[in-house]
Design a protein around this ligand. Structure first.
Ligand code: C2E
Ligand code: MG
Ligand code: MG
Ligand code: MG
Length: 276
């Protein structure tokens, strides 16, 4: 009896693995096709200054709707693109398209205040002449108009290289943000040596800070430390007025989340948030 249970258990496991693998292969081939047809989309999410309430920028988030598979989350297709060597093509498209949109808004007299934030994958660190490549792709937008978001874990993979790269990005005029800050294990000394402008407080802390004293302390500490180091702070995942008030009281600089607006396409973003 025991053996039979085991046997069918293994059978189920194999079937689940096979299904998983099948979905992955299917996703990868559809993603490759979507990239070659430029069928991905960009959404934009606003960021606001917590003192003045003014719009201070937007983050670009990649979206994919497949005819057969429906909406696929970036939490699924970005890691897949990284695994299958598609991330370079995807990232290049996101940057170029984000910058094209920024220029289009300017041409309509609806300039985005502050900067446009673009997510960068750790794998792009391996690109030769990454800084030059980013600068070429963003033209005619100036690097000063962009914030490149790199996750804390990406910085931690190779700290010495990340320090050098952040310095070169900044020298080229880009602003640099550490995304999902607080989830990695960067040391204070390391943070001092990185050339960054902004810490984005990870949304896991924001989400639980009103219930959990420890998470509240973490957010307070990140904000206080950032101030000491002369860095901006942006809180992510701000979903309620209570979140906003608590963050403002802590001295957090800016805020992004569903409370203000969900990521939306360029037309909706412009209608709702850009004046002119
Ligand atoms: P991220 O860069 O940390 O982006 C923030 C994520 O939080 C986005 O998820 C956004 O939709 C979501 N979000 C914003 N406000 C709220 C809120 O109030 N509550 C909750 N629960 N979520 C909120 P999304 O768009 O699903 O993207 C997930 C991740 O995928 C991003 O995390 C980023 O790491 C990656 N990603 C998205 N687009 C790109 C891209 O173009 N390039 C690269 N390399 N990565 C991307
Ligand atoms: Mg981000
Ligand atoms: Mg984040
Ligand atoms: Mg994230």
């Amino acid at each position: 009896h025991h053996a039979k249970v085991c046997h069918s258990g293994i059978g189920l496991y194999d079937a689940a693995m096979a299904r998983n693998l099948h979905r992955k292969e299917q996703l990868a081939s559809h993603l490759r096709r979507a990239l070659s047809r430029q069928a991905l989309m960009l959404h934009f999410q606003p960021q606001f200054d917590l003192t003045s309430g003014e719009l201070v920028g937007a983050e670009v988030l990649c979206r994919w709707h497949d005819e057969e598979l429906g909406w696929v989350s970036p939490a699924e297709f970005i890691p897949l693109a990284e695994e299958r060597g598609l991330i370079h093509e995807l990232s290049d498209w996101v940057l170029a398209e984000g910058c094209r949109q920024l220029q289009a808004w300017k041409a309509e007299g609806k300039t985005l205040p502050g900067s446009l934030s673009i997510n960068i994958s750790a794998q792009q660190f391996d690109t030769e002449d990454l800084v030059e490549r980013l600068r070429d792709l963003c033209l005619p937008v100036q690097p000063q108009e962009l914030t490149l978001e790199l996750t804390e874990s990406a910085f931690m993979d190779d700290p010495a290289m990340a320090i050098k790269l952040s310095q070169r990005l900044r020298e080229a005029g880009f602003r640099v943000a550490i995304d999902d800050f607080g989830t990695g294990y960067s040391s204070l000394a390391y943070l001092r040596d990185l050339h960054v402008d902004t810490l984005k407080v990870d949304m896991s802390f924001v989400r639980s800070m009103l219930r959990d004293e420890r998470d509240r302390t973490i957010v307070e500490t990140i904000v206080a430390m950032a101030r000491t180091l002369g860095l901006r702070t942006v809180a992510e995942g701000v979903e309620t007025r209570d979140h906003e008030q608590a963050l403002r009281a802590m001295g957090c600089g800016a805020s992004q989340g569903f409370y203000y607006g969900r990521p939306c396409d360029a037309a909706a973003f412009s209608r709702q948030w850009l004046s002119g």
